[in-house]
Design a protein around this ligand. Structure first.
Ligand code: SAH
Length: 422
């Protein structure tokens, strides 16, 4: 039988039968079923919508099928789906409505976060008037689905983008056996802009909630370019943590792994001196442009943060505020022990340099390092540094990066804010 293209599979025609273990996963409200838990399947085209059945043939819902991923199906509905593009459009509108009540004081936030917004394989971010999208699965790549995504974003009154950019992760397209694409402007004219974060105060939110423009506010500004090679713009998941960190920050501050200055520029609203350290020169060049945009003077140091912290600690340098936001050390479970060692070392060095009463903001974005593992590492560092730490805030990703409580994979970012005594 010739393979149908995914584009024609707007409603589910094929079925997959799950093992009882696969059924148990769905009953636990996890949307993924691995290929090893599929016990029977029709000839299914890549990216098709499939009817999901239990071992006895009972209908469980509708899923998106991938012919290449180990995650063979991702549930999209516990009922039937007559029209996938229409469902995707409706879910995008619901994701926007969800954020309207939650996201304040910014014109930059994540609008769609894949499984956490019941749209597996789709990520959409808003950077002021530039909207970016990422497509990570075969089903979302089908032409009618793409068209529905684009139309919905273009026509959404609460967005009104001047440009829509597709950002391509070449490795994921290859894994999903999708034809290669490059990042490009999909619609409109604009691919770069200026974004505004954390205007107004954190608790009161006296700015106009979901901002259409940050002009005239006390927001921190950043350049954003959707077509630059490296991921640009701030890390949106840290947005609320920037504001939280700034609330406690004071004195002399160090932002280790500063990238384009996300924490550093927020600290600069409170601190006398701020130094940012990163190993990437292009990131620091953008950080300096961001400093100019905000009318601030900061010191940027290009180098290895591990070495610098070691040198500074040995030279008895002292700070009042230190932020640690390294890249994910544990990319897989196997890296866990090594990753924990890396976090411990960084936190130990930072604690040695913090004055009594100082503030440590320490982050981990490794999914494999759990929240309690991370707290344990920080506790171990405090013990070795002979300091007591009080936990001020135990934080995660910003609310526009929702976490589904039954889907651990949607939770990865940890951000602890601690006060150093003795
Ligand atoms: N805090 C930043 C995000 C940090 S991402 C923000 O909120 O925007 C991690 C950063 O660590 C990247 O910019 C990367 O260039 C940098 N990096 C990776 N390894 C490093 C090292 N050994 N020393 C210093 N910087 C490093």
């Amino acid at each position: 039988m010739p393979k149908k293209s995914a584009a024609s599979a707007a409603h589910a025609e094929a079925s997959v039968k799950l093992s009882s273990r696969g059924v148990a996963r769905l009953q636990a409200r996890h949307p993924w079923v691995y290929r090893s838990d599929i016990v029977g399947a029709d000839d299914i085209p890549p990216g098709a919508l499939v009817r999901v059945l239990d071992p006895r043939g009972k209908f469980l819902g509708t899923a998106l099928y991938s012919s290449s991923s180990q995650i063979a199906i991702r549930m999209i509905s516990h009922g039937s789906v007559a029209d996938l593009p229409a469902l995707v459009a409706e879910r995008i509108r619901a994701a926007i409505a969800y954020r309207k009540g939650l996201v304040r004081n910014t014109d930059a936030c994540r609008i769609v976060f894949s499984e956490a917004d019941f749209l597996p394989g789709l990520i959409v971010d808003r950077y002021n008037d530039v909207v970016t999208l990422q497509i990570l699965t075969q089903a979302m790549d089908a032409a009618p689905v793409r068209e529905a995504i684009l139309q919905t974003l273009r026509n959404e009154e609460d967005l009104q983008p001047a440009g829509i950019v597709e950002r391509v992760d070449a490795r994921i397209r290859e894994l999903e056996q999708l034809p290669p694409l490059s990042s490009r402007l999909l619609w409109g004219e604009k691919s770069s802009t200026v974004i505004h974060m954390n205007g107004g105060n954190r608790n009161g939110g006296n700015m106009n909630g979901w901002m259409t423009s940050g002009e005239g506010s006390n927001a921190v500004r950043f350049h954003y370019d959707g077509l630059e090679g490296q991921k640009t713009g701030a890390f949106l998941d840290q947005r609320e943590n920037y504001a939280a960190a700034a609330e406690y920050a004071r004195g002399e501050a160090l932002d280790a792994f500063c990238y384009q200055g996300g924490f550093a520029l927020h600290l600069a609203t409170r601190c006398a001196n701020v130094t940012g350290v990163d190993s990437s020169r292009p990131a620091l060049e953008m950080a300096e442009k961001n400093a100019l945009l905000n009318g601030r003077e900061l010191e940027w140091i290009e180098g290895n943060a591990f070495d610098l912290l070691r040198e500074y600690a040995a030279a008895n340098r002292r700070y009042d505020t230190i932020v640690l936001d390294p890249p994910a050390f544990a990319k897989t479970k196997r890296d866990l022990e090594k990753a924990l060692g890396g976090y411990k070392e960084l936190n130990l060095r930072a604690l040695k340099m913090l004055r009594p009463g100082g503030i440590l903001v320490t982050c981990s974005c490794s999914f494999h390092v759990g929240a309690s593992d991370f707290l344990g590492v920080v506790a171990g560092a405090a013990r070795d540094a002979h300091k007591s730490l009080r936990l001020l805030e135990n934080r995660g990703a910003a609310k526009d990066h929702p976490m589904l409580v039954n889907v651990p994979e949607t939770s990865y970012l940890k951000c602890l804010i601690l006060s150093v005594s003795q």
